[in-house]
Design a protein around this ligand. Structure first.
Ligand code: TMP
Length: 209
């Protein structure tokens, strides 16, 4: 039986989700929870090799190759880290997961959403996040936060990132029970107050405090 919790952090590049994930980790650890912090792409040795290709390869990567690489990373990650950690009762905080593939490869790159749903389903093997926190931010502000040192995905034009943002917002409308929307255009502390409230509510519902 599943004992732990699986929480994913999503949003456009530069939305501040990684900062919020780190603060959530510190908060949950201070409450005595056993927390695992991880990310996609790029957990473990194979994950890091896939991440290097996806974010730093200089040549052309076809859209389908990109799609399969993100999914390959996910399949390995679920089997080697996420599922075993959740099975052991840990709280897994994951920086990006299935919704990134739907927003980036689906809504923004134009891959078929139904196909991506099927491939995600194969990759995750029944493990679905208990909660997804979506940090929403205007893409112009987000791109400014990213700065000039951009990786392969961050370097795609602003129109692409607008589609990613709108894709995320449609996903939130489709799955409002799982995906909680957070306005990321606030101070780190204010955004964390919202994050903390939502996470605590989940813990209360799932485990009691
Ligand atoms: P990040 O770790 O800095 O968020 O960078 C990961 C990049 O990869 C980010 O631009 C989003 C992108 N990405 C996808 O396009 N599809 C995916 O499935 C995942 C997990 C990430």
């Amino acid at each position: 039986m599943k004992k732990g919790l699986f929480i994913t952090f999503e949003g456009v590049d530069g939305c501040g989700k990684t900062t919020q994930l780190t603060k959530t980790k510190e908060f949950l650890e201070s409450k005595g929870y056993d927390v695992v912090v991880t990310r996609e792409p790029g957990a473990g040795e194979i994950g890091n090799k896939i991440r290097e290709m996806l974010l730093h390869y200089n040549g052309n990567i076809s859209d389908k190759c990109e799609m399969f690489l993100f999914l390959a990373d996910r399949a390995q990650h679920i089997e080697n880290l996420i599922k075993p950690s959740v099975d052991k009762g840990k709280v897994v905080l994951c920086d990006r997961h299935t919704d990134s593939t739907l927003a980036y490869q689906g809504f923004a790159r134009g891959q078929d959403i139904e196909l991506l749903n099927k491939l995600n389903k194969i990759a995750v093997n029944g493990i679905i996040p208990d909660l997804t926190l979506l940090y929403d931010l205007d893409t112009d502000i987000a791109q400014e936060r990213v700065g000039l040192n951009k990786d392969r995905m961050e370097s795609v034009n602003i129109e692409f990132h607008k589609k990613v943002r709108n894709g995320y917002l449609s996903l939130q409308k489709k799955y409002p029970e799982r995906i909680k929307l957070i306005n990321a255009n606030n101070s780190i502390e204010k955004v964390f107050e919202q994050t903390k409230d939502i996470v605590l509510q989940l813990i209360q519902e799932k485990r009691g405090i």
